[in-house]
Design a protein around this ligand. Sequence first.
Ligand code: UDP
Length: 470
Amino acid sequence: MVNCHILLVSFPGQGHINPSLQFAKRLLQIGAKVTFSTSLSAISRMSEAASTIPGLTLAPFSDGYDNGWTSADDVRDFMSSFRNCGSEAVKNLLLAKENEGHPFTHMVYSTLVTWAGEVANELQIPSTLLWNQPATVFYAYYLYFCKNEIFTGENSEVVELPGLPLVLSSSDLPSFMQSSSPVIYNFSLPIYKEHFEILDGAGTRQKVLVNTFDALEFETLRAFNKYDLMGIGPLIPSAFLDGKDPLDTSFGGDLIQKTVDYIDWLNSKDELSVIYVSFGSFSNLSKQQMEEIAKGLIKSQKPFLWVIRDRKSGTEGEEDNTLSLMKEVEKQGMIVPWCSQLEVLSHPSVGCFLTHSGWNSCIESLSSGVPMVAFPQWADQPMNSKLVKDYWKTGLRAAAATDGGILMADEIARCLEIAMGGGERGEDMRKQAQKWKILAKEAVKEGGSSNVNLKAFTDQIVGLNQSLSS
Ligand code: UDP
């Protein structure tokens, strides 16, 4: 066991918990002691419970929403309670360990948990940000806040990121930078800005760990040198990546139970014939949008596996999941409330992923060699889908109608036909997807870029700890 105890503080969303737990497993493998801290509500919902990860200690804290946050709650109230309760709890935990004579030697905190970095700076504990979006999105935020080099305004405006061969329009930027972003989500922008203030307040040149790999974002990683951006991904279970640990078949922190078996159904389908449809763990699409998706999928005439999460009934503003074309939907496809996404993406029958393009979904799809049809909703998703389409060339972005932003059935069917069909564009996307699948595996194997970066990070924190204690 190496002499280092890391406190890993994660935002309680699925898209943060998954890469954080996978990162924790990598640290445990090198012999570090790891304590994983997030909201009590999330830890108590984890179906497999991260407690099944050997050696991992859990440190839940109350964020004031112990029964979970629902979309009926004001997100700004939640964020402020999460910050206040979380920083007090994490500070107490750090001080208690210090008093016991077993101090934490390093803290790693995920995106949006800026207050943890603040506590670490205050107590002079070295800390590192684990960024769970692409490095290119981090770069875009940096240019926006620190360099004033990103324009916002009309969608037609051209945006260039220095050093990158990509031309973007402002609608490709993270939604919070767009003037059309709903006011309710404006709370996020100051938090992203705070990330840079905290990195700058740490006193030394900071490393930022990113769930990406060098080959995937080579140009961004080269262009950006204010901090050491280190690609340590893909942070996905070994069984779906390098196969070094065939027993590592899940992240270990699902917040929703898998209640329906879909593997027999997938097994019964032809190779590359199935469309996998999921919009992540957070987005709630309108009833009208769900109906259009149903029509588009039926129009595609392909089998599909569609994740429709259960919505809490009786909550104001939430709509039910009943579709008017339910009979046709169930004849052609299968609806599940949750699945192991990696199990699905790595199944030979799956030929394409209709996705909201959350970053975990994108990097899981790239690592599984599955082309994407992207329908981004908010946050980093517009930029992720731009990268998927024009940089990695493994997918396309479906265009929503301008009136109300509804993506119509015909457009869905058109995109699915391109992605699944035998035409040149579909063939190209499949070839590119296979290329990224191979490169993702190479990045994490012994001597691969992510493997080397992770070692450099751990060597540094272990070395730092030894020099502090000698
Ligand atoms: N996921 C899953 N089963 C599902 C839907 C999603 O395991 O039915 C996982 C998926 O593998 C990913 C995470 O949930 O790791 C979603 O993260 P992402 O960044 O794609 O989207 P978010 O939920 O944060 O919007």
